[in-house]
Design a protein around this ligand. Structure first.
Ligand code: NAD
Length: 541
């Protein structure tokens, strides 16, 4: 156990590198991209000390070049999942007793490895697997992941130092035990940082984990496991399994030792998981913690006092970066009639200037959407608009999947504020705009609040402080992250803790101490220095 009250290094946000033409970081990442692209990685499952290769493999192909194979990964089934659970439980015996500063050191080392020798690898892998531009890869796979690791160490130490008062003659202390059992982490395709953070945050607090990454992110998930291993994370603390999500999940949730779910992904899947956990509740040794961050239908509302160019930039960046595949991406916009035309004009100019293609060509701002399923779904919505009378496409509207899954950034103008694309999460480079009468500002705020089941992010643009105050109040419950005069994307760890309510999730704020608190079960220890030896109180005479 510790022999000192250790101060952790002060966490600061990792500076974002620029990757300008001629910069050394651009050269390094381009070289790594080529090496991965022309290589053939064989990704195993990681169970304890073993790299498990079942021979039952799936290929990995970049979304922007779907006929090009960059590697394979091995999938397992029920038996492998059971082995991963048993391994996690076995590893828990030692890991849960490891002094916290040793755990902290491992994850701080992981952060330094990503900041240094693994930066190009994790960025290039994310460019290939998830079709991110270098800038999108850098702010996610490198910077956000590093920030999660460094800030969580600081939050962990803050949590441990939170202690009760003690009266004369006694000493009260709280220890923050890991949960009894193991944690199940299920991660989405869209953020390498989330894929790493979901298992790592639970592990940092002393838990052991079974982690199931998204099939579309395995290529970069493998780099995460390489980093954890090189950082010295003991075998069995994080076990990565791949395969049929339903089979793996049913196996995990059938275990009496299942102690918590750390999920990020779509709303429907999360609700199904919650239901299954409920159905199994009598089998568990403890009440499982359920943490889930899910979908969004994130809004921008402009007040007539807003600056039209700033609103347009908020839309362009908020809706189209990473092809709108951020849970926080702006996808419904409310513009006052007095400025709609001007804002739309700027947005169209921006779209006309976008280049679309492979992230290897760093002049491309738009790359491909994640897979064929997503492409087909988006194409269907676009085609439907072309048929419908109550909406029209005013920019974009083309798509092509011959080489990669490319959807042209698209702006829909809806006459009906409840038109399907104003309410449904599409998760692509498609934004729908509704134009309201300037006089209807207050009613439009009510409309924003009542249009979607989600409550993840949202933004108001205005130069009128009364209007900002009114919007902040009226929209209190429809965004967990609310932005004033800024786009609704781009939350930074340690600055804008992230999460939403309503159907968007449990709002446990990734990148804050609140999230880490879900992975511990505090034990209060009261010690009395001289115990009473007579039961009688003075009042008894
Ligand atoms: P998804 O729900 O399709 O998949 C997420 C994970 O769940 C994957 O690992 C997948 O294999 C697994 N999964 C799928 N079906 C399952 C099932 N029946 N049982 C168990 N596991 C299952 O989501 P995605 O396409 O990877 O990610 C996009 C979604 O994630 C969007 O809805 C987006 O809004 C959301 N998201 C939310 C946040 C947030 O912080 N709120 C962040 C990122 C992404």
């Amino acid at each position: 156990m510790g022999k000192g009250f250790f101060n952790v290094p002060v966490a600061i946000n990792e500076p974002v590198k620029g990757y300008a033409p001629g910069s050394p970081e651009r050269e390094t990442v381009s070289k790594q991209y080529k090496a991965y692209f022309n290589g053939n990685v064989d990704v195993p499952m990681y169970i304890g000390s073993k790299e498990v290769r079942t021979g039952d493999t799936r290929t990995m192909t970049p979304p922007h070049d779907h006929q090009h194979v960059v590697g394979t990964y091995h999938i397992g089934g029920k038996a492998h999942t059971e082995e991963a659970i048993a391994t996690a439980l076995e590893a828990r015996n030692q890991w849960s007793q490891m002094p916290w500063e040793q755990r902290a050191a491992i994850f701080l080392r992981a952060a330094e490895l990503i900041a240094g020798p693994y930066r190009a690898k994790i960025n290039a892998a994310t460019m290939i697997a998830q079709s991110k531009t270098i800038h999108q890869a850098e702010i996610d796979a490198a910077c956000e992941f590093i920030d999660f690791l460094r800030f969580n160490v600081e939050f962990m130490s803050d949590i441990y130092s939170e202690q009760p008062n003690s009266d004369d003659g006694i000493w009260n202390r709280v220890e923050y035990r890991p949960l009894e059992g193991f944690i199940y982490a299920i991660t989405p395709f869209n953020f390498t940082a989330i894929a790493g953070n979901l298992p790592a945050s639970a592990a940092m607090m002393g838990n052991t984990v079974v982690w199931k990454p998204s099939d579309s992110q395995v290529f970069s998930a493998n780099v995460i496991m390489e980093v954890f291993k090189e950082a010295g994370l003991p075998d069995g603390v994080i076990n990565m399994v791949m395969g049929d999500p339903v089979e793996i999940t049913n196996t995990v949730l059938a275990s009496p030792d299942f102690a918590g779910l750390h999920f990020t992904g779509s709303t429907f899947v999360f609700k199904e998981l919650w239901k299954k956990i409920g159905e199994n509740i009598h089998n568990y040794k403890t009440y499982p913690r359920i943490v889930g961050e899910t979908g969004g239908k994130d809004f921008i509302i402009a007040h007539p006092s807003a600056n039209p160019k700033q609103v347009a930039t908020g839309i362009t960046r908020g809706a189209f970066e990473f092809q709108g595949q951020k849970c926080s991406a702006a996808s419904r916009v409310y513009l006052p009639k007095s400025m709609a035309e001007e804002v739309l004009g700027y947005v169209k100019e921006d779209i006309a200037s976008f280049k679309m293609g492979s992230p290897e060509d760093m002049s491309n701002f738009i790359t491909a959407v994640i897979h064929e399923g997503s492409f087909d779904k988006l194409a269907k919505y676009i085609d439907q608009v072309k048929e419908d009378a109550d909406a029209e496409i005013v920019a974009g509207g083309n798509y092509d999947k011959s080489k990669g899954y490319f959807i042209q950034p698209t702006v829909i103008l809806a006459k009906d504020p409840k038109y399907t694309t104003m309410c449904t999460e599409l998760f692509g480079p498609v934004v729908t705009i509704y134009v309201y009468d300037d006089a209807d500002w207050a009613d439009t705020l009510k409309l924003v609040d009542a249009t979607s089941e989600y409550a993840l992010t949202g933004a108001v643009f205005s130069t009128d402080r009364y209007a900002i105050t009114e919007a902040t109040k009226a929209l209190e419950n429809c965004a967990g992250n609310f932005y004033i005069n800024d786009k609704p994307t781009g939350a930074v760890v340690g600055q804008q803790p992230f999460g939403g309510a309503r159907a968007s999730g449990t709002n446990d704020k990734a990148g804050s101490a609140q999230n880490l608190l879900r992975w511990v079960s505090p034990r209060l220890i009261k010690e009395t220095f001289v115990s009473p030896s007579d039961y009688r109180y003075p009042f008894l005479g």
